[in-house]
Design a binder for this molecule. Structure first.
Ligand code: KG4
Ligand code: ZN
Length: 341
C-alpha cells in the first residue's frame, strides 16, 4: 500500500511516498520518494524560525512538492492507500498548512487520514530501513524543539521518563553556534568545528548529571560558556573556537549518554533508539555507540538525512497506525503542544 506523508511542523516542508510492502512492521518497506524544501535562508537573517514566515513558505512550497513527490514515486493521487500528516507538536500555523493539504487529498481520494505525532515520527525514522526490532526500547529524542527520554514498552505506547527543563538540545547548539558566528541553524557547523578541537580543553558543568532523574537542563551550560569567554577576554587570553565548540558539545553529549544508558538499565531494556535533528551530531553518535555497546545495549540511529525533519518518518508511523485500523477524522485540529502518550 502507498502511504503519503506530509510534514510541516517547523521550517521544513516535506512530502514522502512510502510503499509499506508487507507492512512496515515486517521491514521491507520502500521509500518511493522523500522530498524536503528547506526554509533555512528565509529564517537565517532573523537568527531563528519566524512562525508567520514559515507558514507562508509552506503554502508556497507544498503543492509543487506534492506533485513532484507523486511523480518521483510513479503514482497518482488515486493510488494512495492512506495519508499521514503531522498534527503536532510544532508551530500551529505551519502545522495547519500541511494538515489542510492532507485533508484535501484524503477527501478527494477517499484514502483514510491518520494524524501523527512529530516526536513519534523521529523515533520511527529508525524503522524505515529495517522494520522495528522487538520492543521494549528506551528512546532519546533530541531536536531543535525537544529533548526527552521515553520508555516504549510496546509500539505506539510511550512513557516519558524525563525532558528538558529549559532549552532543547538543538536550541543550545544553535545559540552557542550563533555566539561563535557560525550562522543559523548552527548545530551542523558547530559539529564540524568541534572535530578540530579538544573536548577536554575546558571543563564545562554537566548539568543535572547526577540528579537521579531523567530531566535535562541546558541553560547553566550556556551561561557557563558565555562567562568563560568573557573572563578569558578580560584576562587578555585568546579562546580557541574549536576547543570551545568541542568542550561545549562534550558537556551536552556526556549527560545525554549517561542518562540514556541509566534509563535503559533502569527499565531493563536492551535496545536504545535515538531520534531527532541533534542525532545527526557525530560525537553523540560515536559516544552513544561506544558506551552503549560497552553497557551491552543495542544502539540504533537513523541515517543523517532521516534524523532531521522529514515526511518519510511520518508516513512510517502512519502506515503502522493505519494497519491497526486507526483513522483520524477530517475535522481534527492541530495541537502545537501535543504530548507523546
Ligand atoms: O529534528 P529537527 O530537524 O527539527 C526539530 O524538530 O526541531 O532538529 C533541528 C535541530 C537544530 O537545532 C539543528 O541545529 C540540530 O537539530 N542539528 C544538530 C546537528 N544537525 C542538526 N545539532 C548538533 N549537531 C549536528 N550535526
Ligand atoms: Zn523534528
Amino acid at each position: 500500500m502507498l502511504i503519503l506523508g506530509i510534514e510541516t511542523s517547523c521550517d521544513e516542508t516535506a512530502v514522502a511516498v512510502l510503499d509499506d510492502g508487507e507492512g512496515v512492521l515486517r521491514g521491507g518497506a520502500a521509500l518511493r520518494s522523500n522530498l524536503i524544501a528547506r526554509q533555512t535562508d528565509l529564517h537565517a537573517r532573523f537568527g531563528g524560525v519566524v512562525p508567520e514566515v514559515a507558514a507562508r513558505a509552506h503554502v508556497e512550497a507544498l503543492n509543487p512538492l506534492l506533485e513532484r513527490a507523486l511523480e518521483e514515486a510513479g503514482c497518482d493521487f488515486g493510488d494512495l492507500g492512506g495519508v499521514a500528516v503531522t498534527v503536532g507538536p510544532g508551530l500551529v500555523g505551519a502545522l495547519l498548512v500541511g494538515m489542510a493539504a492532507a485533508k484535501a487529498v484524503a477527501l478527494a481520494t477517499g484514502a483514510p487520514l491518520v494524524g501523527v505525532n512529530h516526536l513519534e515520527g523521529h523515533i520511527w525514522a529508525n524503522f524505515l530501513e529495517h522494520g522495528p526490532p522487538r520492543p521494549p526500547y528506551v528512546c532519546l529524542v533530541v531536536s531543535g524543539g525537544h529533548t526527552l527520554l521515553v520508555h516504549m514498552p510496546e509500539l505506539h505506547r510511550h512513557e516519558v521518563l524525563g525532558r528538558t527543563l529549559d532549552d532543547a538540545a538543538g536550541e543550545a547548539f544553535d545559540k552557542i553556534a550563533r555566539f561563535l558566528g557560525l550562522g543559523f541553524p548552527g548545530g551542523p557547523a558547530l559539529d564540524r568545528l568541534a572535530r578540530e578541537g579538544d573536548p577536554d580543553a575546558i571543563r564545562f558543568p554537566r548539568a543535572m548529571e547526577d540528579s537521579g532523574d531523567y530531566d535535562f537542563s541546558m541553560s547553566g551550560l550556556k551561561t557557563a560558556v558565555l562567562r568563560y569567554v568573557r573572563a578569558e577576554r578580560e584576562a587578555g587570553r585568546e579562546v580557541d573556537p574549536a576547543d570551545l565548540a568541542a568542550s561545549f558539545q562534550e558537556a551536552i553529549v556526556d549527560v545525554q549518554v549517561k542518562k540514556t544508558i541509566a534509563a535503559a538499565r533502569d527499565r531493563g531494556v536492551d535496545t536504545v533508539l535515538l531520534g531527532g535533528g541533534v542525532v545527526a551530531n557525530s560525537r553523540l553518535r560515536e559516544r552513544m555507540l561506544a558506551e552503549g555497546e560497552r553497557a551491552g545495549l543495542r544502539i540504533l540511529y537513523p541515517s543523517i538525512e532521516l534524523c532531521t525533519d522529514n515526511a518519510a518518518m511520518i508516513a512510517c508511523v502512519g502506515a503502522s497506525r493505519l494497519a491497526r485500523g486507526e483513522r483520524t477524522p477530517l475535522d481534527v485540529g492541530a495541537d502545537p503542544n501535543l504530548r507523546l502518550t
